[in-house]
Design a protein around this ligand. Structure first.
Ligand SMILES: [Zn+2]
Length: 361
């Protein structure tokens, strides 16, 4: 498969943004970078026969020049010179190492269309298992989640607002959780036979790997996604923390396992094959988080989880209805990793999924 030109060009524009001293021009280059990363077609197809570039929304004349230079030469001396002359050069060098295996939208679509026998596809995908609503830091109501899910052909969705431990994300208290569950029960009876909303939570993994849920909370929840939100910039080995998390009682899914962010941080350092082996034994699925800025785990690390015998959860981590399509990014990573469809819990029939979720000894 050809290289991901949109990711390469998007990264160059990101470098330029980081090299600016003026906020306004940094903003312009960053917006152009995002526009290129989100294009549905390879940027080569925007090149006109007269050597100009077809207009791309949010890509201004300066960014356009960089794109043309990159398409002509494979690089950009303008970007390299600007970065070298910038006071942020060292920081930009570091940022460049924090973009490994991030796919552009065009690349994701290419991977979804390429033949991959036995692999999960968008049409086999029955439901999303990480998303956030207005009950915590999301902007979508429960009804919007159900209706957008049905529109995408889903049969279920796992609602995973943040737990109490994560106050910055307006985590839910026990009382709020009880109210949310009443609302879910009402909706589930209204949509009976058409759609099933699963009572879930995104629990927070503490520094010692413990989960911030009391036994009575665990008893009320159908789905527990445990994810790290601290220590994500630490260079120390955190294998014991992640081992404890996958072995903690009640956990179904290890969410965005590293906590990495595009151009920003590498996330948790750990002996992942060891963590995945423990997850396989505890029957904990490894998440491929499809948030475009997370893509965590990516296809390379997913291969190690596959070898360890893990199950997978391919999730959008959506906070609003348009973000539901982020699940496609997760599906693309699973396809590149060679994950068979049967290992993907989102592709299971609802009854099989619910039985697996209920089976926590
Ligand atoms: Zn999270």
């Amino acid at each position: 498969m050809a290289s991901d030109t949109n990711a390469v060009v998007g990264a160059m524009l990101r470098d330029l943004a980081a090299a600016q001293s003026e906020r306004q021009s940094a903003f312009g280059y960053k917006r152009a970078s995002n526009a290129v990363l989100e294009l549905e077609q390879p940027i080569e197809t925007y090149l006109e026969s007269d050597g100009t570039l077809r207009k791309i929304p949010n890509v201004g004349p300066k960014s356009e020049r960089v794109v043309l230079e990159a398409l002509r030469t494979g690089g950009s001396t303008f970007v390299d010179d600007t970065v070298r002359a910038s006071e942020h050069a060292a920081d930009i060098e570091k940022q460049r190492t924090l973009r490994a295996n991030f796919m552009s939208r065009a690349r994701v679509l290419e991977v979804l269309e390429a033949p991959a026998p036995g692999a999960p596809s968008v049409s086999d995908y029955r439901g999303d298992l990480q998303m956030h609503s207005t009950w915590s830091d999301g902007s979508q109501t429960l009804e919007e989640i159900i209706e957008s899910g049905i529109a995408r052909g889903y049969e279920f969705c796992g609602l995973t607002d943040h737990s109490q431990g994560l106050r910055i994300a307006r985590g839910l208290s026990m009382a709020e959780l009880a109210k949310q569950h009443e609302a879910i029960d009402r909706l589930n009876s209204r949509y009976h036979g058409r759609f099933r909303l699963i009572k879930g939570i995104e629990a927070n993994i503490g520094p010692d790997g413990s989960i911030d849920l009391a036994p009575e909370e665990l008893a009320r929840l159908e789905l527990v996604v445990a994810a790290p939100h601290s220590g994500l910039r630490s260079l120390d080995d955190q294998t014991p923390r992640m081992l404890a998390a996958v072995m903690a009682r009640g956990v179904h899914v290890l969410g965005h396992p590293r906590g990495r962010l595009y151009s920003t941080r590498a996330g948790i350092e750990a002996n992942w094959p060891e963590v995945f082996a423990a997850a396989a034994v505890s029957n904990v699925a490894i998440e491929i988080d499809g948030d475009p800025w997370r893509q965590d785990v990516d296809y390379e690390l997913a291969r190690a989880a596959l070898e360890a015998g893990c199950l997978f959860a391919l999730d959008s981590d959506a906070h609003s209805p348009p973000e539901l399509r982020n699940a496609e990014i997760a599906i693309a990573h699973a396809r590149l990793a060679g994950v068979p469809q049967d290992r993907v819990i989102n592709c299971w029939p609802t009854d099989r999924l619910l039985a697996w979720l209920a089976d926590r000894g």
